[in-house]
Design a protein around this ligand. Structure first.
Ligand code: FE2
Length: 131
């Protein structure tokens, strides 16, 4: 069965491999056209290969102030087309948007996720919560 985004959520993850006590996960991820992810980190390394669709990745970096330790600011963006590969370092903060009129499908490989350090960032409130 082909991978398709959930019609209600607008995205879908199929876990291909998740070995307990072994630091590696493999996923196929699909996003519906026009859907944008939260701004988030993975708190581990990752390799993303886009298989179909067009995916815009926007990168953010931490820019803390004395008042807001989880403040972030825009760093860069990258347009992924089929065959494009993105490497994420553990401190990477990004946001994914499926652009174009086709769903995206990507092959994702991640190291061991430290969920205590995985966050969703709120750009307007300068806050982060576990994701
Ligand atoms: Fe991500």
């Amino acid at each position: 069965m082909p991978l398709e985004p959930d019609p209600d959520l607008g995205w879908e993850v199929t876990m291909l491999y998740d070995e307990p006590f072994f630091p590696l996960t493999v996923q196929l991820v699909a996003w519906a056209p026009g859907v944008t992810s939260p701004i988030h980190n993975h708190a581990t390394w990752g390799v993303v290969a886009l298989l179909s669709g067009q995916e815009k990745n926007t990168f953010w970096q931490r820019s803390p102030t004395s008042e807001f330790s989880d403040r972030i600011e825009l760093a860069a963006d990258l347009l992924l087309s089929p065959g494009g590969i993105l490497c994420l370092m553990p401190d990477a903060i990004h946001q994914v948007e499926a652009i174009g009129d086709q769903p995206t499908i990507s092959f994702n490989l991640y190291g061991e996720t430290n969920y205590d350090q995985r966050f969703e960032f709120d750009l307007n409130r300068f806050t982060a919560k576990n994701f």
